[in-house]
Ligand binder design. Structure first.
Ligand SMILES: C[S@@+](CC[C@H](N)C(=O)[O-])C[C@H]1O[C@@H](n2cnc3c(N)ncnc32)[C@H](O)[C@@H]1O
Length: 513
């Protein structure tokens, strides 16, 4: 690694002192690679049975329930199981923040800086279809990859927004049980993985990022419900973006306190001694000391590129009285409890109106009706929560959580699970619908082995010739129509069957290059 900025190294040497040589040696060590299997689709045992990777060649990531290290040559991104959303490729240390967020089925979760969706898909795997995930990113371009990754993982209960944090506050005041701020940062923990990050780092990047992080954090406090958890994370080493940023947040927000993380598996404690003296003084000894309970992942102490995470709990009190609130003494929530039960939301009447200003001309068939007809003819019983509404933006139909407040003033990329497009009354099912279904939920399906020639050809976008007997058709259904195409039994897209021909419905952006 020749191009690590000299100023960065000088700074790290001052901070790390005798540990610095050890830290430097990590740049000579090979990069590590990680993936996380998707519990919405399968568990470790099922993966082991069908995957060339599922056996001995992978090793568990100590701090992530579904995380595994794989070897560079394994190339899991090229395997059809990747196209079936069976796993997400993710740098191992980036798997920690969601593990610390303590998400349980039924929670309302905000992933505020979510693109391209690594942590959002991990959160969805903790919600297991119950509750709501709002995945937001202020970059319109990056929300495209975010929406695609959420669809690929088969997530049914997520909405994707493209907003500045301030714009979310009026609609979501004290609404979330959990908030993740995976902040934009100077990326010092990415130098080994991405040399471009090292090249673009300069001494101002830390300052610029500090300002962005401060602005983002400013709006988070108001959206978290009393008693809720906030996890703040970065993939950088600079104390200004980590412990100091949290120290300043705690100063402004006496209603928050650090929830101590017990360091294990090579994870290290936070470094309160690195926060600036002025902030430390104002914060008081005890609150400053509590930053020891935040965590750092160092590349020379574990197998990961590096990360920082702080877990903060908001006081149960609605109005913080000011002063220092120490809630660490309180009994932890009962983590053995099942899904979160909340008072029954008044179930809104099914809403088929557009979610926000719809300028498309009137269409004759109500899109929701076209969806219902499609679902009745082509799908079996789909397990969805009764608290979901069918909504549409023009001709595009979604299944959205009935818990959501009005989204009128927000830039909504996806209000929920994208089901399909009602084109002049004819319903065209989406790729997101295919990915969110199980094979058993489609009336017509076909499955080939993941390594088969048919799957390779399907993923390239080719039309296939298929004997009717190869299709799995529900009793009473015709052979002609939409077929859920599966690899090893897991959906990868739609085909349309007519007279021995399976027309390929895989959208261009989803085909294998
Ligand atoms: C570290 S990346 C997030 C990675 C993501 N959590 C994942 O696991 O895939 C930080 C993200 O913050 C977004 N971002 C930057 N400023 C933001 C802001 N003010 N509000 C929301 N998102 C912001 C960036 O566009 C970027 O996608």
């Amino acid at each position: 690694m020749g191009n690590i900025p000299a100023k960065f190294l000088e700074k790290m040497q001052k901070l790390l002192e005798s540990e610095f040589d050890n830290f430097m040696s990590s740049y000579d060590a090979p990069r590590v690679y990680g993936l996380r299997i998707n519990p919405l689709k399968l568990d470790r045992e099922q993966w082991r049975r069908i995957s060339p990777l599922g056996g001995e060649s992978v090793r568990p990531v100590p701090w992530a329930k579904e995380g595994y290290y794989y070897k560079e040559g394994d190339r899991p991104g090229k395997h059809p199981h990747y196209h079936a959303g069976l796993y997400y490729i993710q740098e191992p240390s980036a798997m920690l923040p969601v593990e610390l967020l303590d998400v349980r089925p039924g929670h309302r979760v905000l992933d505020l800086c979510a693109a391209p969706g690594g942590k959002s898909t991990q959160i969805a795997g903790k919600l297991m279809g119950e509750g709501v995930l709002i995945s937001n990113d202020n970059s319109a371009e990056r929300t495209k990859a975010l929406a695609k990754n959420i669809a690929l993982a088969g997530v049914r209960n997520a909405a994707v927004f493209n907003e500045e944090p301030a714009a979310l506050v009026p609609a979501f005041r004290e609404w979330f049980d959990r908030i993740l701020v995976d902040a934009p940062c100077s990326g010092e923990g990415m130098f080994r993985k991405d040399e471009g990050m090292a090249a673009s780092w300069d001494s101002y990047s830390v300052e610029r990022c500090m300002e962005m992080q401060h602005d983002i954090l400013e709006h988070v406090a108001a959206m978290l419900a009393p008693g809720g958890l906030l996890v703040y994370s970065t993939c950088t080493f600079s104390p200004e973006e980590n412990e100091s940023q949290i120290a300043k947040f705690l100063l402004r927000h006496p209603e928050f306190a650090v929830e101590k993380v017990h360091p294990a598996g090579g994870i290290s404690q936070g470094r309160p001694e690195w926060i600036d003296a002025a902030a430390a003084g104002k914060l008081g000894e005890e609150r400053a000391h509590s930053l020891l309970g935040t965590v750092r992942l160092w590349p020379h102490l574990l197998e990961g590129e590096g990360h920082y995470a702080a877990v903060l709990r908001k006081s149960e009190e609605r109005e913080a009285a000011g002063g220092i609130l120490d809630i660490r003494e309180k009994a932890p929530e009962d983590v053995s409890a099942g899904p979160v039960k909340r008072k029954k939301d008044k179930k809104r009447a099914e809403d088929t109106r557009p979610v926000r200003g719809d300028k498309t001309p009137a269409i004759e068939v109500v899109p929701a009706d076209a969806w219902r007809k499609f679902a009745a003819e082509e799908l079996g019983l789909i397990h969805t929560l009764e608290t979901m509404n069918v909504v549409h933006y023009g001709s595009l139909v979604y299944l959205a959580s009935a818990q959501l407040p009005s989204l009128d003033r927000l830039r909504v990329v996806r209000p929920g699970w994208y089901l399909g497009d009602s084109k002049k009354g004819r319903f065209v099912p989406s790729q997101a619908l295919a990915m969110g279904l199980t094979r058993a939920e489609a009336k017509r399906s076909i499955s080939w082995r993941a390594e088969s020639d048919e799957i390779q050809r399907y993923l390239r976008g080719e039309t296939l010739f298929v004997d009717k007997g190869e299709l799995d058709i529900a009793d009473g259904a015709l052979a002609k129509g939409y077929v859920l195409v599966c690899a090893d039994g897991y959906p990868i897209g739609w085909g349309k069957y007519v007279d021995g021909m399976l027309k390929n419905e895989l959208p261009a952006g989803w085909r294998q290059q």
